[in-house]
Each structure stands twice: as structure tokens, then as C-alpha cells.
Design a protein around this ligand. Structure first.
Ligand SMILES: NC(=O)c1ccc[n+]([C@@H]2O[C@H](COP(=O)([O-])OP(=O)(O)OC[C@H]3O[C@@H](n4cnc5c(N)ncnc54)[C@H](O)[C@@H]3O)[C@@H](O)[C@H]2O)c1
Length: 252
């Protein structure tokens, strides 16, 4: 307990899956969490859970592909809790479609915005606050960055996650001057709202489990434990690194 005592964490995408798991775990570990989600109803459910447990969590609904709204989010987090130490970029949108069905405007560009621009904007707008005391940024790449998953039309996702991975290393280099650490987690398949359609497809579920050395699909908590280490002072000499938290999927 208290591994994040006195830390302020901005966590995006708290309404579902990995962002929700991380927001709650960070708050249980003593962080003051300032959350965000485009889906206010989903975020409210997470807020209620935090309230039931007596955790410190506030949030602002907003679309993080909109530059002005991202700027407002960071300013509001700083105004509410006095600083920002940690940024977790878990909010994301991606259209999983095979090449011929990826309409350039409504699928491709929207997904690039929803998985790549969304990370850049949050990092850029949090940067001035993180520079003050140093801090930790945690971005999400994916096992899909270097490995395809049969049955999952992840073309644009592979492109964005390669981008997040490379961008985070460059950002780590620029952040070194200010003790801003930037790392990525590359999850294997984790059961969240975004992957429900795959995990609940009983025809491909056995294959998906088999694809992971440990024989099971991940849970948001599996990812949150890695994020906790990267957010805490236990990892002050860790930057520019990628952590495959994937049940062994990427080596199998
Ligand atoms: N679940 C997996 O198997 C898996 C695997 C590899 C990588 N990842 C990555 O981990 C991260 C979290 O994934 P997840 O499965 O928890 O996703 P999810 O879809 O379950 O949750 C994402 C949340 O982000 C919010 N969101 C979407 N667009 C937004 C926007 N423009 N502004 C603000 N909020 C927005 C959604 O409302 C949702 O609550 C993503 O970057 C994802 O690509 C997930």
C-alpha cells in the first residue's frame, strides 16, 4: 500500500478496461487521481466505485483528440491537486477492419487520431507540469506492434502502436533533461470493452488462449501492476523502455 503516496496521476480512459483498472489501483496505492473519459456515464461508474472505497479521484469528461480539451484537462488536474507527477494514456479508439474496409476518412484517419494523436496531445499538454518536478509517462503500445493475431483485423492498430512505441523512446530522450521518464507497456490480449467481441467469440477463444504461454487472456489488473511500478519511485532509473505484459504471447 501507499506506493504512490503524495503523487498526482492523470489517467485517461478511466471509464473502461485498462484505464479503469489503473485509476483504481493507483488511488488505492495513495495517489490522487485525476481521470478523463469521453464517455461520461462510464467515467461516473468508475468514480462511484472510487467513492465507495473512499479513494481520492476527480475527473473531467472530454474528447482527448481535441487539443483545447486536452489543454483544459491538464490545467484542471494541476489546479485541483497542485501538480502532475504521472500521466497514463489509456484512452483510445481504434477501428479494427481489414485493409479493403478501412475507409480513409472514417476508419483510418479516425483511428490514427484515436490511438496516436491522442497520446501525443496528452503528453505535450502535460509536459510543462511534469517538467517542474520530473515525472512518469506511461503509454500503451501493443503486442500487435510486432506480432499479428490471426482473426484480428488490426491493420491500423499495428500502425498506431508502432508509432506510440517509437514516439515514446524519442520522448524519453527529450524528457531525460527534466527527469521525465517515458515508458510503454505492450499488452497481449486483455479482456476489456475493446476486445469483448474477440474474447466472447467461442470459436476463436481457444486459439487466443493458446496464443499466450500462460494459457489465459489478460485482465486489466495484470497491466495495472506493471503501470504501478512504472509510476512509482521504484522505477526512477527506467525510461525509454517497453514492457511486454502479455502472458508470453510475443515470444510464442
Ligand atoms: N485490451 C487489449 O487487449 C489491449 C492490447 C494491447 C494494447 N491495448 C491498449 O491499451 C489501452 C487501453 O485499452 P482498453 O482495452 O482498456 O480500451 P477500452 O476501449 O476498453 O477503453 C478505452 C477508454 O477510452 C475512452 N476513449 C476513447 N476515445 C476517447 C477520447 N477521444 N477521449 C477520451 N476518452 C476516450 C473510451 O470511452 C474508453 O472508456 C489502449 O491504448 C489500447 O490500444 C489494449
Amino acid at each position: 500500500m501507499d506506493r504512490l503516496k503524495n503523487k498526482v496521476a492523470v489517467v485517461t480512459g478511466i471509464g473502461a478496461g485498462i484505464g479503469q483498472g489503473i485509476a483504481l489501483m493507483f488511488a488505492r496505492e495513495g495517489a490522487k487521481v485525476f481521470g478523463n473519459d469521453i464517455n461520461g456515464k462510464a467515467a461516473e461508474a468508475t468514480m462511484q466505485q472510487a467513492k465507495n472505497e473512499g479513494l481520492v479521484m476527480e475527473y473531467l469528461q472530454g474528447d482527448l483528440t481535441d487539443e483545447a480539451q486536452v489543454e483544459t484537462l491538464m490545467a484542471k488536474a494541476n489546479e485541483t491537486f497542485g501538480k502532475i507527477d504521472i500521466l497514463v494514456n489509456a484512452a483510445a479508439f481504434c477501428d479494427f477492419k481489414p485493409i479493403e474496409e478501412l475507409d480513409y476518412e472514417t476508419s483510418w484517419k479516425r483511428s490514427i487520431k484515436g490511438e496516436l494523436d491522442i497520446v501525443f496531445l496528452a503528453c505535450q499538454k502535460a509536459w510543462p507540469y511534469l517538467k517542474i518536478n520530473g515525472g512518469s509517462i506511461i503509454n500503451f503500445s501493443s503486442a500487435n506492434r510486432r506480432q499479428v493475431l490471426k482473426g484480428s483485423p488490426a491493420l491500423v492498430h499495428c500502425a498506431t502502436k508502432g508509432g506510440v512505441y517509437s514516439m515514446s523512446i524519442q520522448m524519453a530522450c527529450e524528457g531525460g533533461l527534466f527527469q521525465i521518464r517515458v515508458n510503454t507497456i505492450s499488452p497481449g490480449l486483455v479482456h476489456t470493452a475493446a476486445t469483448n467481441h474477440l474474447v466472447e467469440d467461442l470459436e476463436i477463444l481457444p486459439f487466443l488462449k493458446e496464443k499466450h504461454m500462460l494459457g489465459r487472456i489478460g485482465k486489466p489488473e495484470d497491466i495495472a501492476y506493471a503501470a504501478l511500478f512504472l509510476a512509482s519511485d521504484e522505477s526512477t532509473w527506467v525510461t525509454g523502455a517497453d514492457f511486454p505484459i502479455d502472458g508470453g504471447a510475443s515470444k510464442w
